[in-house]
Design a binder for this molecule. Structure first.
Ligand code: BYC
Length: 328
């Protein structure tokens, strides 16, 4: 549980003092008018830095997020589920490609981003550091983690940075297919045999807290929200997204006769807001800083993938290298 102070680092807002005030005003006026900022436009260094941080983390989340579901492709029940899951996992990796490209427009190379991921320097979403023990865990991700992601991404697709918004538009279109697929999988288990139902319920019990964490710390603890909302990078705060998710999906979970492991969860009729037990933010901080149940395993898989792909990169960069067999 969090105490009085902020768990996270303080923002470096003083960096703005070095900016030309006239250019900064023009930039903020453009954002206010709803214009998109494009890669060659003037932007404050802090805007660039924040965007790189957020888009890069998002790209890493997509590529690492493919792992807990990816391991279920061979074990998915039946040919149709295997095909759909394979397509979904492939889409997630494609999302990472789109997002790395968007981040590259801001000046950080893809190689550096991948290095920062596998060295543990960069963050990625907390939720992919938990194991998928059963098929129901995989279904939970496909439905409810994707649902949470859509809430966030649909809002941010209307934001200020052109390349990120265009990537998000495309991602959201594909995510809506994932959402339908995931919902279908969960309905199947929830309306199946008692064993299937139990398996689905246990998955919800395991994943609910990480899902509440997924939206980020409460606004009062969030370091970056104020700046990012001001510059329309984030179009909703962490608490607003969490509330919207609860509003849209808690009734759907209850409709299936499944329960949520939070005795305090209810919608306040007067405020219209959901009340819930505050998730354990110390656990969240531990997981995002590398000490979750699967962090080491996830990064090890990426490291091996990077090593195994080395010969392809070498061959493309240096066609005369030892890796290329000359054509006869
Ligand atoms: N996990 O000031 P705050 C998918 C960090 S993939 C880890 O509120 P911000 C999918 C935060 O980075 C889609 N870290 O931050 C893929 C910051 O630390 P640093 C995932 C988190 O940026 C495959 C510190 O905590 N979606 O759906 O204003 C299969 C303070 O936080 C998290 C995105 O990536 C977290 N959950 O807001 C299936 C969306 N939350 O950087 C599905 C894009 C916070 O100062 N990202 N932190 O060291 C965002 O919208 C925002 O970055 C966040 C956080 C809402 C996540």
């Amino acid at each position: 549980m969090y105490g009085g102070g902020n768990l996270f680092e303080t923002p470096k807002l003083d960096e703005l003092r070095n900016e030309d005030p006239i250019k900064l005003k023009e930039f903020e006026d453009r954002i206010e008018r709803g214009e998109k900022i494009e890669p060659n436009d003037w932007m404050p260094a802090l805007y660039r830095k924040q965007l790189i941080r957020m888009i890069e983390q998002h790209a890493h989340s997509e590529i690492i997020g493919a792992l807990p579901e990816g391991t279920w492709i061979t074990r998915a029940p039946g040919f149709k589920r295997k095909m759909s899951l394979m397509a979904k996992v492939q889409d997630e990796v494609g999302h990472a490609q789109l997002l790395y490209s968007a981040a590259e427009t801001l000046g950080k190379s893809r190689e550096q981003m991948i290095d920062d991921l596998i060295s543990g320097k960069s963050k990625y979403s907390n939720i992919f550091n938990y194991p998928t023990f059963t098929w129901a865990d995989c279904c939970f991700i496909s439905w409810l983690v994707d649902a949470g992601a859509i809430v966030n991404q649909t809002a941010n697709a209307r934001g200020s940075y052109g390349p990120y918004c265009r990537a998000l538009d495309r991602i959201c279109a594909e995510e809506s297919f994932h959402l339908k697929y995931g919902h279908h999988c969960v309905i199947h288990l929830a309306t199946g045999t008692p064993k299937q139902r139990k398996m689905m319920q246990e998955a919800i019990d395991r994943w609910w807290e990480p899902l509440m964490h997924f939206f980020g710390p409460p606004d009062k603890l969030s370091v970056h929200t104020e700046t990012l909302v001001k510059w329309k990078v984030k179009m909703a705060t962490n608490d607003e997204n969490r509330q919207q998710f609860l509003d849209m999906y808690v009734p759907k979970i209850w409709e299936l006769g499944l329960t949520i492991p939070d005795p305090n969860l209810k919608k306040n009729a007067e405020t219209g807001l959901w009340e819930y037990t505050e998730p354990d933010w110390a656990e969240f901080k531990r997981v995002i800083n590398g000490d979750g149940p699967c962090n080491k395993e996830r990064l090890a898989v990426r490291r091996v993938a990077e090593e195994r792909g080395e010969w392809v990169r070498q061959a493309m960069l240096a066609p005369q290298s030892k890796y290329v067999v000359p054509l006869a």
